[in-house]
Design a protein around this ligand. Structure first.
Ligand code: PMP
Ligand code: GLN
Length: 390
């Protein structure tokens, strides 16, 4: 038999699936894969359920239900001050994962260079490479994950087609500030490159920070792509409803990709997401406040146990250094160890690097978007295992 595509066939199983399976096997508290315990806002779930029961179950328009595209445009105006034409500049996708693939397949020509920032979300590199892109990786260094402007500038060249980055950033919970975004924008303008910005955690941002979209910076409206996810904004990660915003010309090849990737997304979930994006400001404020409180609950407890807790400015996650606990082994060993021996699961941060073996091996990511009781059970188990203050 002829060989399959070598790149795809050669991939391992994603770390989220591996760790969730191990958590199930050992009945451990799963603080690995990022999904909330919360069941999501009632009006959003009711809207989706009713829409389905009322019989709206055939193919919706290829670009997405008008109601959702209008809601995405209104939301961009409300939170980022962007004027968006819902008819030509918004595309609904089956999750941000599809949105990312549509952008990469739609924009990259084989041989184009793509600038990426490590640590990075696990779907980025395989899709960039499958699209023929040549990754140019820039690494952020723990514990502060600060961006080296010099290294970033060196990664750009006349062959750069685009930069793909994520803010707030999974797994390291960094939020790019205005100065960093301006620096990235200047590089894009100087090198005639696009910026594809994964903003799925736009509403999960802490300590009075405000989410800034690179698309709102001068000169970037025509060359930035903004990606959001209803899964993250409404605590409904299984829904897989994403949305892309881009200038009409830039949207065309992205939408062409979408039409042959999935073509559409379930109509009732789109309807529910539209209701969600139109919720009042208090919904979004309390989502962030609630997550911040959970961050503090888990981060404080992990620190008491003896972990070094790294700063977490957004997302569902807090990253920790386990070396102060005296564990000798890699981050993968540690995650396996605590799953089996303590009954708590985390994910190794090295999985978010192109070459895990050459990545930092002392950091693990814990997810805190859980009920307080889940977090408390995890903490009790870790205290029992490692000692430390209850
Ligand atoms: N980007 C990042 C940074 C994520 O954490 C996630 C969530 N898994 C995604 C994209 C994918 O989002 P979705 O579930 O909407 O496909
Ligand atoms: N985004 C989630 C995380 O980082 C997982 C998504 C997935 O399982 N593909 O944990």
């Amino acid at each position: 038999m002829k060989a399959a595509n070598a790149l795809m066939a050669g991939l391992g199983t994603t770390v989220f699936e591996v760790m969730s399976a191990l958590a199930r096997e050992h009945q451990s508290v799963n603080l690995g894969q990022g999904f909330p315990d919360d069941i999501g806002p009632e009006p959003v779930r009711t809207a989706a359920a009713n829409f389905l029961l009322e019989g709206h179950n055939q193919y919706p328009p290829m670009m997405g239900l008008p109601e959702l595209r209008q809601a995405v445009a209104e939301h961009a105006k409300r939170f980022c001050g962007l004027d968006v034409d819902w008819q030509t500049e918004v595309l609904v996708t089956s999750g941000a994962t599809e949105a990312l693939a549509d952008c990469l397949f739609g924009l990259i020509e084989p041989g184009d260079e793509v600038v990426l920032i490590e640590p990075l979300y696990d779907s980025y590199l395989p899709i960039v490479r499958r699209a023929g892109g040549v990754p140019r990786l820039v690494r952020l260094e723990p514990p502060f994950w600060s961006l080296s402007r010099e290294k970033l500038a060196q990664a750009f060249s006349p062959r750069t087609k685009l930069i793909l980055f994520n803010t707030p950033m999974n797994p390291c919970s960094k939020v790019f500030d205005a100065g960093e975004l301006q620096f990235i924008a200047d590089l894009c303008l100087r090198h005639d490159a696009y910026a594809v910005c994964d903003e799925v955690y736009e509403h999960i941002i802490f300590d009075q920070r405000r989410h800034l979209s690179i698309m709102a910076l001068p000169g970037m409206r025509e060359r930035a792509v903004r990606i959001g996810s209803a899964g993250k904004s409404f605590s409904l990660t299984g829904w897989k409803v994403g949305y892309v915003t881009a200038a009409a010309e830039l949207m065309k090849p992205i939408a062409k990709t979408h039409q042959f990737m999935t073509f559409t997304t379930p109509p009732n979930l789109q309807w529910g997401a539209a209701v969600g994006l139109r919720l009042g400001d208090e919904y979004f404020t309390s989502l962030a406040a609630d997550m911040q409180r959970k961050r503090d609950r888990l981060a404080g407890a992990l620190q008491e146990i003896g972990f070094e807790v790294l700063p977490a400015h957004g997302t569902y996650f807090v990253t920790t250094d386990f070396r102060p606990l005296g564990f000798n082994g890699t981050d993968e060993d540690f995650c396996r160890h605590i799953t089996i021996e303590a009954g708590v699961t985390a994910v190794p941060v090295s999985a978010f690097f192109d070459e895990p073996a050459a990545a930092p091996r002392h950091l693990v990511r814990f997810c805190f978007c859980k009920h307080d009781s889940t977090l408390d059970t995890a903490v009790e188990r870790l205290v029992k295992h490692f000692g430390g203050k209850p």
